[in-house]
Design a protein around this ligand. Structure first.
Ligand SMILES: [Zn+2]
Length: 217
């Protein structure tokens, strides 16, 4: 099975990727894996990518494409896999379409976890934790609210929110996600590979829906 997963932060994509890897014996290939493998094999493209990683900058499309090509053309290349985070842009997808026949690979499906922005904001923004380092108890305004607003049930310390979980940060990440992903989704829809899965169901229901959608039953 060869899959590409697409979904915004908070869509549960990571959880589903983990289940697919465990239960279908697939190799997980996230962008981190692509970059680490290139650096560990010390390829020329790996060396070119290193400065971007060290500065925390996004690696340019061309370079990511080369890293992916390196990964799939090496002797012990991954055969069955879940790609997560690649292709990230339409340009990468078009390039990947041209690479696949050279590898004798076909994608079986591109699975999109569909959830609207307001739901993502509500899922991620609600996360809080106890500010007491000895406690650190996690809370969620919707699914696991503290008995008293803003106060830890266990130790009475104030609750805090990580900067990543602030509403403006999440909305900014969603805007970037849509800018690059909407065209990608349309591309795979036209190719007949797109499988849209509602990300509102419980984890096991979503997993069952993914498997059913991939197998086309
Ligand atoms: Zn606490």
């Amino acid at each position: 099975m060869r899959l590409v997963l697409i979904g915004p932060p908070g869509s549960g994509k990571g959880t589903q990727a983990k289940l697919l890897v465990e239960r279908q014996s697939l190799k997980y290939i996230g962008t981190g894996v692509i970059l680490r493998e290139a650096m560990s094999r010390n390829t020329e493209t790996g060396r070119l990518a290193e400065p971007f990683l060290k500065k925390g900058h996004l690696v340019p499309d061309d370079l990511v494409n080369e890293l992916v090509s390196d990964l799939f053309t090496q002797p012990n290349r991954p055969d069955c896999f879940v790609l997560d985070g690649y292709p990230r842009t339409l340009a990468q997808a078009v390039w990947f379409d041209q690479l696949l026949p050279k590898l004798d690979f076909n994608l079986d499906a591109v699975v999109q976890f569909v959830v609207d922005d307001e739901e993502v904001v509500s899922r991620l923004c609600g996360r809080m934790s106890c500010s007491n380092p000895q406690c650190g108890a996690p809370y969620h305004l919707r699914s696991r609210p503290p008995k008293q607003p803003g106060i830890c049930d266990l130790c009475g310390s104030p609750l805090t929110q990580r900067p990543d979980d602030r509403e403006e940060t999440i909305r900014a990440r969603l805007a970037v996600f849509h800018q690059t992903t909407d065209a990608l989704v349309e591309h795979y829809r036209k190719l007949g590979l797109l499988r849209e899965i509602s990300a509102y169901d419980p984890v096991e229901t979503i997993y069952a829906n993914v498997i059913r959608a991939i197998q086309g039953t």
